[in-house]
Structures are given as structure tokens and as C-alpha cells.
Design a protein around this ligand. Structure first.
Ligand SMILES: [Ca+2]
Length: 299
């Protein structure tokens, strides 16, 4: 077997192993750093089940289970918030009190771009300033907010997210740095705010104080100021919310973790199988073989 043939066969085998691995690696349930995993694909009932080992199930509050409020039943699974009073409350637990390192990863679809800041997800946002939160600013700009134990806070605006379409939002935090991504990319959708690019990634230096760790629940879709009776809500859809107590690797950030993407992996596997077969069938070593055998015929 020629060296060139060995290289092509080994490359092909690597591709197969990589893609089969991608199928099995796409399930985060075995990750010991998984803190919360709300798939939001229930389609029935008023509980958002946590698929992590911690079982921090969320309670749906004020959902009408109509065309404008509740589980999505037509297209992609998810939870639709009416923007009037719908929210999900996940009880406080020690795992949800995030510390020096974490990743929040979720899929978001903006139904109505708000004209003022609205909540997406916040630890404690149902009763005053959150420990950490993801917000939606006027026009549909995603914002991250982190509060310290001394009640100082920082925020970073990620850029405007197009409405009426699903986008993946990923926020990582390690030591004193945020890294923020939309659809696995940094800086692709008009980033703004006070961050700066480091090694091609949009980074915000955070306060060195520890992150605030209140005993308040994690709320999705509601912010209620501590000194006010009225709360604000968001007209959005959300699916596949995960929180990890570690930062994602680059491949996890650019990769996908949806069941539909396993189909894509399988399709690309079949394509690579066909391409591999074609390369093998038409490979240049066949020409080498002809060259080597022809003198024998002549002799
Ligand atoms: Ca409602």
C-alpha cells in the first residue's frame, strides 16, 4: 500500500471516528459540570424538567397554553412567553449559585423586539436585581449582567439578534473574563458595549469580587424590581437552556447540541463515505499500479 493511499485511508477513518464521536458527544448529560438542562420540549404540563442530575425543575407561571403562550407544538420544540405575564421559576439550589467559572448556553427566538430592557434569564430577577442575568435590550440586543457580592455590577451588550428566527446564545465566564457568542461566533452581529477583542474573541473584564450568591430562585422571562409591584416580561421563545460550572471549549462553542444536528452529522457521514469511496476508486495509486504492471506485460 502506497504512503499516499495510507494517508487518505487514515484521514477517512479519522473523519468517520470524529463524526461518530460527535453524535455520542452531543449529549451533555454525562458532564459532571452540568448544572441545569431545560430542554423545554415537554409540549404538555406546567413543569419545565431539568435533565441534569440535580433535577432543578422549573415551574411555569401564568402560561395560557394558547397560540401565543406555552409549549410550541408546530415547529421546533420550545417555550413561548407571551410578553404579558408568563415566566418560569426554578427554585434556588447551591449549583445555580455560579462562581468562578461557568457557561450559559441557550436558543432564543425574539417574537417582538422590545422598546426597553426585558428579562430573558436571571438568578433572582423575580425579586430585585439578579446575581447574574441575560437581558434583551431595546430593539433586540442581548445583554449580560453580573452582580458582585458587594453589589457592584457589570454588563456587556452582545449585539442585535434578528427577530423571528432561532439563534444560539453562549456566554462563558472564567476568573475575570466574559466571552460571548451568537451562533458560535464573536463579533459577527455588531457587538457593542464596553468589551474588547482578545485573541479574536469579544471579552469583558469583570470585577474581581466574587459573584453574588443569593438564595433567590432562577427566573426565566420575568424581572420584578424589589421596590415595585409590577413586573416586566418578554415576548420570546426559548429552548435547550444549559448551565455548566465550567467554560466551553472552542469546539463546543462552534458546535451544535440539538437533536436535529445529529441528522446533519449523519448526512455528512454518508457524504464523507461516498467521497472516501470515490477517492479510493479514482485514486492516483491506480495509475501507479498500471505503470508498474505494464513493463511485465511487455517482457
Ligand atoms: Ca399569560
Amino acid at each position: 500500500m502506497s504512503t499516499r493511499k495510507n494517508i487518505i485511508v487514515l484521514s477517512f477513518l479519522f473523519l468517520v471516528v470524529f463524526e461518530v464521536g460527535a453524535v455520542f458527544a452531543s449529549d451533555p448529560i454525562d458532564d459532571e459540570n452540568l448544572v441545569l438542562w431545560l430542554k423545554l420540549d415537554e409540549k404538555i404540563g406546567d413543569i419545565a424538567h431539568d435533565s441534569s442530575k440535580h433535577k432543578n425543575h422549573g415551574k411555569l407561571v401564568n402560561f395560557d397554553f394558547s397560540e401565543t403562550s406555552g409549549w410550541a407544538t408546530r415547529s421546533r420544540p420550545g417555550l413561548l412567553f407571551d410578553g404579558i405575564d408568563d415566566y418560569v421559576e426554578v427554585p434556588d439550589s447551591k449549583e445555580l449559585r455560579l462562581d468562578k467559572e461557568f457557561t450559559i448556553d441557550m436558543w432564543l427566538k425574539i417574537i417582538s423586539p422590545p422598546n426597553s430592557t426585558r428579562p430573558i434569564l436571571g438568578k433572582g430577577s423575580c425579586s430585585g436585581p439578579p446575581d447574574y442575568a441575560i437581558n434583551l435590550r431595546a430593539g433586540g440586543e442581548v445583554q449580560v449582567e453580573i452582580r458582585s457580592s458587594t453589589d457592584t455590577f457589570i454588563w456587556l451588550n452582545m449585539g442585535f439578534i434578528p427577530s423571528y428566527d432561532w439563534h444560539r446564545i453562549t456566554i462563558t465566564y472564567k476568573e475575570k473574563y466574559f466571552r460571548m457568542y451568537v451562533d458560535g461566533r464573536t463579533g459577527s452581529i455588531g457587538m457593542s458595549g464596553e468589551g474588547r477583542f482578545i485573541d479574536g474573541q469579544y471579552v469583558k473584564e469583570a470585577y474581581t469580587d466574587p459573584i453574588k450568591k443569593s438564595s433567590k430562585p432562577l427566573c426565566i422571562g420575568e424581572y420584578r424590581p424589589s421596590n415595585a409591584t409590577s413586573a416586566i416580561h418578554s415576548n420570546i421563545m426559548i429552548s435547550n437552556v444549559t448551565i455548566f460550572s465550567r467554560t466551553f471549549s472552542h469546539s463546543e462553542i462552534i458546535g451544535q447540541r440539538e437533536s436535529t444536528d445529529i441528522t446533519l452529522v449523519l448526512i455528512s457521514f454518508v457524504i464523507s463515505l461516498l467521497v472516501g469511496t470515490l477517492i479510493y476508486a479514482l485514486g492516483p495509486w491506480h495509475l501507479d499500479k498500471q505503470k508498474h504492471t505494464s513493463p511485465k506485460k511487455g517482457s
